[in-house]
Ligand binder design. Structure first.
Ligand code: FMN
Length: 436
C-alpha cells in the first residue's frame, strides 16, 4: 500500500468526523480557542507537543525565516495567534568591527509577488517571488528584535529562534572568517541567556539560501561538501565555552536529487562527532537561473515542485536507511517547503519531521482561508489544524488509526516512529527515482 494512503485511507469515526466539521465552522466565526493545545487534547485526545532543535514546543507549527518575522509587531501577532515557534529573518554574520563577507545578501526588502503555481505533476499551489535577501538593518537592531521577540514568546510559550548566514568561502578562498562566526554567535547567546525565561540551549538555524544555489560559490560539488562538513564545527567553536544547538537549513542545490541525498549523508556520516549538526531544516526553495523578476535574472521559487522534490528525496533517504543500505540519519528534522495544509505537514511527518515551518501559506489572499476574522496567522492555523479533510487533526487521527498508535503519543513521538528504521515504514516503499 502506498504510504500516502495511510493519511487518506482510514476513515474517521462518524463522531470524530462531525466533531471536526463542527469545530471548523464554529471556530471560523469565533476564532481559535485561547489554549488550543488543551482544547485539542480534551476534544480529540491528540497531544500536539513536539520538539524543535532540542527544545520542547507546544505545537509543531512555526513561521519560517523571512519577511514575515522581521519586526516585533509580526512576532507579537504570531505569539497571540498561537504559533509554536518563530524563526527570525536571517541576519548576515559580522565581525567585531562590522565586517560582513556575505554582505551581498544584506540587501533591503523589495516587493513580493504572491501567485498561483502549478507543479510539473499538475498539482496546484502558491509561490512568492521577490528580490531581497537577508536582514539589511544593523546587527544591534537585530539583537533588539531578538530580545523583544523572546520576551513576547515567553508570554505565550512560543519559541523564538535566530537564523544566520555565516561566511562560506569561495572555491579559491582558503580561510574561513571565524571572527564573524564568533562575534555574531556570542552576541546572540548573550541575548538568549538574559531574555529566554524557560532556559535551554539556544538553537540557531544556519541558512544556506536558495540564491546561494545560483551563486558561483556553490558551482562545485567539492565546495558545498567543504561547507557542509565544517560549518557546524565552526559555529560550535565560536560559541565555546557555551553550548549552541546548530540547525542546518539545507538548500536545494543546482545538482540532481541524488546530490541532495549525498548532502544529507555527508552531514551525517562525514563530519565527525563535533561536526554533525544537532538538527536539520529540510529544505529551502528551488532556484531557477533563467527566470526573470523585475529585471533580475535568476529567482528562488516554491510551490508544488518544491514539496514534490523534498518529499521524494526524504522518502528515498528513509527507504535506503530502512533497508539497511545507508546509515540512519538520526537528526530531528523541521520541515519547510510548500506546507499549505495539515495533510502536507503529515506527508513530512511520515518522513520523520517533527515540526513544520511555513512562509508562503501566511501570505495567501484572504479568500484562501475559511476564517474571515483575525490576522493571517490565526486564519492559517485554523485551516492547518481544523480543515475536516486536509487539516492536521484529521490526518493525525487517520494515521493513528491506520498505524495503531497509542493515544498518548505526541507529535514528536509519532515523528520518531516514522523515522525509526526498526519500524520499517518505508522499507518496502519504492519511491520514484529521485528527480533531476
Ligand atoms: C519572501 C521570502 C523571504 C525569505 N527569506 C528567508 C530568509 O531570510 N532566511 C531563510 O532561511 N529563509 C528564507 N525564506 C525561505 C522560507 O523560510 C521557507 O523556508 C521557504 O519559503 C519554504 O517555505 P514555504 O513554501 O512555506 O514558503 C524566504 C522565503 C520567502 C518567500
Amino acid at each position: 500500500m502506498l504510504l500516502e494512503k495511510l493519511i487518506d485511507g482510514a476513515d474517521l469515526s462518524p463522531a470524530l468526523a462531525s466533531r471536526l466539521a463542527e469545530d471548523y465552522g464554529r471556530l471560523a466565526e469565533r476564532g481559535l480557542p485561547p489554549r488550543l493545545e488543551e482544547y485539542v487534547l480534551e476534544r480529540y485526545r491528540l497531544d500536539l507537543a513536539s520538539e524543535y532543535g532540542g527544545i520542547a514546543v507546544k505545537n509543531p507549527f512555526g513561521k519560517a525565516s523571512g519577511q514575515l518575522s522581521l519586526n516585533i509587531k509580526q512576532v507579537r501577532a504570531d505569539a497571540d495567534a498561537g504559533l509554536g515557534f518563530v524563526v527570525l529573518k536571517t541576519i548576515i554574520a559580522e565581525d567585531a568591527v562590522g565586517g560582513q563577507s556575505m554582505s551581498a545578501w544584506a540587501i533591503p526588502e523589495t516587493r513580493m509577488k504572491v501567485e498561483p503555481a502549478r507543479g510539473a505533476d499538475a498539482a496546484e499551489g502558491w509561490t512568492v517571488t521577490w528580490k531581497g535577501r537577508g536582514w539589511s538593518d544593523s546587527f544591534d537592531a537585530y539583537l533588539k528584535l531578538f530580545a523583544e521577540s523572546l520576551a513576547a514568546g515567553n508570554e505565550t510559550g512560543m519559541l523564538v529562534v535566530p537564523s544566520c548566514k555565516y561566511h562560506l568561502p569561495r572555491p579559491e578562498e582558503g580561510e574561513w572568517r571565524l571572527g564573524e562566526y564568533e562575534h555574531t554567535t556570542r552576541r546572540l547567546l548573550d541575548v538568549w541567556e538574559t531574555r529566554r525565561a524557560a532556559g535551554g540551549v539556544m538553537p540557531v538555524e544556519k541558512d544556506f539560501s536558495p540564491t546561494l544555489a545560483g551563486d558561483d560559490r556553490s558551482a562545485q560539488v567539492e565546495t558545498i561538501e567543504r561547507w557542509m562538513s565544517s560549518v557546524t564545527r565552526h559555529m560550535r567553536e565560536a560559541a565555546r565555552p557555551r553550548p549552541v544547538s546548530v540547525g542546518l537549513k539545507l538548500f536545494n542545490a543546482m545538482f540532481d536529487g541524488g546530490f541532495q541525498i549525498d548532502m544529507l549523508r555527508l552531514v551525517n556520516e562525514r563530519c565527525g562527532a563535533d561536526g554533525r549538526p544537532d538538527f536539520i531544516v529540510y529544505a529551502n526553495r528551488l532556484f531557477d537561473p533563467e527566470r526573470e523578476f523585475e529585471g533580475k535574472r535568476g529567482v528562488a521559487y516554491g510551490g508544488p515542485d518544491l514539496s514534490a522534490r523534498n518529499l521524494r528525496v526524504l522518502a528515498r533517504l528513509r527507504a535506503l536507511e530502512q533497508r539497511g543500505e545507508v546509515p540512519r540519519c538520526p537528526f530531528p528534522m523541521s520541515a519547510t517547503g510548500d506546507i499549505g495544509s495539515g495533510r502536507m505537514a503529515a506527508e513530512y511527518l511520515l518522513r520523520g519531521a517533527s515540526t513544520f515551518q511555513m512562509h508562503t501559506f501566511f501570505q495567501l489572499p484572504n479568500d484562501q482561508y475559511r476564517m474571515s476574522r483575525g490576522g493571517r496567522t490565526e486564519r492559517a492555523l485554523h485551516e492547518l489544524y481544523f480543515n475536516p479533510e486536509r487539516g492536521l487533526l484529521a490526518c493525525l487521527l487517520r494515521l493513528r488509526r491506520a498505524l495503531d498508535w497509542p493515544e498518548d503519543w505526541n507529535v514528536r513521538r509519532m515523528a520518531d516512529f516514522c523515522a525509526d528504521p526498526a519500524n520499517g515504514l518505508w522499507a518496502a516503499a519504492e519511491p520514484a527515482a529521485v528527480p533531476a
